[in-house]
Ligand binder design. Structure first.
Ligand SMILES: *[C@@H]1O[C@H](CO)[C@@H](O)[C@H](O)[C@H]1NC(C)=O
Ligand SMILES: *[C@@H]1O[C@H](CO)[C@@H](O)[C@H](O)[C@H]1NC(C)=O
Ligand SMILES: [Cu+2]
Length: 155
């Protein structure tokens, strides 16, 4: 590589993680947060979840909790006995893998009052896939651009 190519590759390598940085997503937004009586299906429809993002469940500690469940528990609003609940009131959950995830509040009848969340987490880079679900959001568009530059520059 010529020196300018090395420099460009270095700049790109440094910039990449910054521009494709994961987001913290507050569940329900900052007004509603995590509580019964919110339609989280509707809320999630306007959102994009990407591997590496974190969900942040915000609520007054003690009033609610957050349990990661499977589809069946989600449907029936019945968390398995002894399920691990997050209780801090500001619970961050890392989205480590793509695919469907389910969460519910395990307090009283909150789940059946709407306090449950289903999301579809997308892979970070779908630019190389032939799927029609290619991402168009700025983060992945920038990642794709940078990747293209890298591929061009590298010997
Ligand atoms: C929540 O919103 C979704 C999508 O708009 C809708 O299909 C569903 O019926 C709503 N649920 C409730 C309990 O209102
Ligand atoms: C995600 O990965 C981190 C770091 O490896 C780990 O601490 C955490 O428990 C994982 N979260 C989930 C929901 O699997
Ligand atoms: Cu609750």
């Amino acid at each position: 590589m010529a020196p300018w190519q090395r420099l460009l590759a270095l700049v790109v390598a440094v910039a990449l993680p910054v521009f494709s940085m994961a987001a913290d997503i507050m569940v329900g937004g900052s007004t509603d947060g995590w509580r019964p009586g919110v339609n989280y299906t509707e809320w999630a429809e306007g959102m994009e979840f990407i591997v590496g993002d974190r969900l942040v469940f915000s609520y007054p500690a003690g009033l609610h909790n957050v349990i990661t469940v499977d589809e069946e528990a989600f449907r029936s609003c019945s968390a398995p006995a002894g399920a691990n609940a997050l209780v801090s009131g500001h619970d961050a959950v890392s989205l480590n893998s793509s695919g469907r995830k389910w969460y519910m509040c395990g307090k009283a009848d909150h789940c059946s009052k709407g306090q449950r969340l289903l999301i579809d987490v997308m892979p970070l880079v779908t630019v190389y896939s032939t799927s029609t679900s290619a991402r168009t959001d700025p983060r992945s568009a920038f990642t794709a651009l940078i990747s293209a530059v890298l591929l061009f520059v590298m010997p």
